[in-house]
Design a protein around this ligand. Structure first.
Ligand code: GLA
Ligand code: ZN
Length: 673
């Protein structure tokens, strides 16, 4: 079944048995089936050190089981009881300025502290012993939205140990990698190395990059420590931890390298909170960005993921917390299924009465009613999910891949150079993704370790940091017949954030038949243009001057000291072909440029539906059928034309030819293969 439900926090309501009884009735009415329980329940589970209260949770398990529901059981490490911080201050985080934090908030533990590691493992063991065999237990939800970092003495030591390991105990190797003599930053003893700090070292880019890698590794290590008793006692219960996005711009979460984390979870899950109906972009632009993150998180394991949290209506932490307009909840939920989610889950089941999230959207509002608009729209999502359960486990094969790299993004953002506010690596990738999203062509957003050979087209925008290993793999991909698109600011530094010397890497020069020799950076109002196939396209932010060897010029710059010189090139290499885009060009360029490649490579939508801009068709498939989600993200009715005969999965009717989709309407159809 497709999972429908959300974070259920009965620990807030134990003094209200009537409310807990209502929850169970309302769960049925909302067509929900799955609940993430205990996420922040530590102070209820262990109110005093060593004294446990599980009876309330036993009841919750029973009640959910009685209605045929599933429990996703959380480990409570996302927040601690006050007694723990008081008795063991080492569990508290120290910030970059070396200030120890007070108890409060959540997600603020030291990830190295042995005390916290012991305490979490002990708690998790008790949970696994008690509920491991419960028939309602579906999955583990380890902690909640891991993030942040700690700079305490324990973490400094752990960082040094990590560095010794990485550099084989060779301090010279570390100094070389970090370009030590610059500003006299050569270390003569390991103990001098400290994590980056606003009041200390923050200009050694190799150090910053290694610190970010360490933070990811140490977070994963903390997670693995939590998982020990779960793997031991419940080897058949899958484990996930909920990933995030950076929400204001809706780009992938920046501070942890999820490509590494993905290897440690059984299922990817993430929490999506797009600001629908905002006043700076259209809903379809926003939907495109959501699709990009979905396709990245799906590609991390090449399997369906879970939408672990979303809001049925509004959040409480955007600058303006706007309600989802009628219809948007179903549409936005189905978009997640379309891109590979096997669930629609919410934060949270019942709105809190007090404290910071009392106005955050929830399935059950303070009115405790099943009759309000939001509840009814949630129930509608539940009914829809019941009718489309055939999509569970289906995938979304793609011929096109875009390469996303967390490390390169860190290094580029850290680089003092280019435009400090215009690097926008994830946003740039989303702009390349757009052309395929608008043409209903599935895309995998992959990371650098992924096998490239399955793709007809691989797009690598702004890959600033490129190891020789990656360069070699890209070269092999093209030599074997792949098509590779690369852009400005690619292949500049290696994995130590040290620039390549002697021009662009010779393998890249060979593959592209040219080399970028100078990158010009624009002021915000500066513009240039590029002529490509007799049309002019606006250029801003970046333009790279290219020195051609054997490459073919596809487009030229319009103005400035590099007017009439190559801006876009192509080159036949081995059995494949490469393309280089020298500057940041407007969306229409991507539409036209990728439009050509789409035609040439015979890339077609899986289910053929003609429509206007703002409507998106995304598909999943299994051996027998294709499942297409035809989604109208615009504010008006839209005619769409089905070019084959398909079955409406909600009404059971056959459809072909022209159909009108109302504002925010979604049609989910099945086509036999
Ligand atoms: C995050 C957290 C939840 C809740 C929501 C609110 O995703 O995981 O506990 O705070 O935000 O949007
Ligand atoms: Zn610490």
């Amino acid at each position: 079944m497709l999972l429908h439900g959300g974070d259920y926090n009965p620990d807030q309501w134990l003094d209200h048995p009537d409310i807990l009884a209502d929850d169970i009735k309302l769960m049925k009415l909302a067509h929900t089936n799955t609940f993430s329980v205990g996420i922040f329940a530590w102070s209820t589970l262990e109110p005093e050190e060593g004294s446990y209260q599980f009876e309330w949770l036993d009841d919750i398990f029973e009640n959910i089981h009685r209605i045929g529901g599933n429990v996703i059981l959380a480990t409570p490490s996302g927040a601690r009881p006050a007694w723990m911080s008081q008795k063991y201050p080492e569990v508290l985080r120290v910030n970059g300025s070396r200030v120890k934090q007070l108890h409060g908030g959540r997600h603020n533990h030291c990830f190295t502290s042995n005390v916290y590691r012991e305490k979490t493992q002990q708690m998790n063991r008790l949970l696994a012993e008690r509920y491991g065999n419960h028939p309602a237990l579906l999955m583990w939800h380890v902690s909640n939205e891991y993030g942040g970092e700690c700079h305490c003495d324990l973490c400094q030591e752990a960082f040094r140990t990590w560095l010794k390991d990485k550099y084989n105990h060779d301090l010279k190797a570390l100094n070389d990698a970090w370009w030590g003599p610059f500003w006299s930053h050569t270390f003569s003893d390991w103990s001098q190395v400290e994590s980056p700090s606003a009041i200390g070292e923050n200009a050694v880019h190799g150090l910053n990059l290694d610190w970010r890698r360490f933070v990811t590794d140490q977070t994963i290590d903390f997670y693995e420590n939590e998982a020990v008793p779960l793997r031991e006692l419940t080897p058949d219960i899958p484990i996930t931890t909920n990933f995030m996005a950076d929400t204001f711009d809706l780009i992938p979460f920046q501070s942890l390298d999820y490509s590494k984390f993905a290897k440690h979870v059984d299922v990817i899950s993430w929490d999506a909170y797009p600001a629908w109906h905002n006043d700076w972009e259209s809903n379809s632009d926003l939907a495109m960005k959501v699709g990009f993150i979905d396709d990245l998180y799906r590609s991390l394991k090449q399997q369906p993921f879970l939408l672990m949290e979303s809001t049925p209506s509004q959040v409480n932490w955007h600058e303006v917390n706007k309600a989802k307009r009628p219809g948007m909840h179903l549409l936005s939920s189905m978009q997640m299924i379309a891109h590979g989610s096997d669930s629609v889950m919410y934060f949270q089941w019942r709105k809190s009465r007090g404290s910071s999230e009392k106005f955050h959207g929830a399935v059950v509002d303070h009115d405790n009613s099943s009759n309000n608009r939001v509840f009814k729209e949630v129930a509608q999502v539940g009914e829809t999910l019941e009718k489309i359960s055939a999509v569970v486990g289906t995938n979304r094969p793609a011929d096109v891949a875009i390469l996303y790299d967390w490390e390169s993004n860190w290094a580029l953002n850290d680089a003092q150079g280019y435009g400090l506010k215009t690097k926008n690596y994830p946003q740039t990738l989303q702009q390349h993704y757009r052309s395929f999203w608008e043409n209903d062509i599935p895309v995998d957003v992959i990371t650098k370790e992924h096998d490239f050979s399955d793709y007809k087209l691989l797009i690598v925008p702004m890959l600033y940091l490129m190891s020789e290993d990656t360069i070699g793999r890209l070269k092999a991909y093209v030599a074997d017949g792949g098509r590779l698109v690369m852009t400005y600011i690619s292949g500049i530094v290696n994995e130590y954030d040290l620039t390549y010397l002697g021009g662009w890497h010779k393998d890249l020069q060979e593959m592209f038949g040219m080399q970028p020799v100078e990158t010009d950076t624009f002021y915000p109002n500066d513009r240039n243009y590029v002529t490509y196939q007799n049309k002019q396209y606006e250029l801003k932010d970046y333009a790279t001057v290219l020195e051609l060897n054997k490459a073919t010029t596809e487009g030229t710059y319009g103005e400035d000291f590099y007017a009439d010189t190559p801006a876009v090139t192509s080159h036949q290499f081995g059995k494949g072909k490469t393309y280089y885009i020298g500057g940041r060009l407007e969306a229409q360029f991507h539409t036209d440029f990728y439009g050509e490649l789409i035609k040439e490579l015979l890339l077609t939508p899986e289910v053929s539906v003609k429509h206007k801009k703002g409507v998106s068709v995304q598909t999943r498939q299994d051996n027998d059928s294709k499942y297409a989600f035809v989604m109208n993200f615009t504010e008006k009715a839209q005619p769409v034309v089905f070019e084959t005969t398909v079955k409406d999965m909600i009404t059971g009717e056959e459809i072909s030819g022209e159909v009108t989709l109302e504002k925010y309407e979604v049609k989910i159809v099945q086509e036999q293969k």
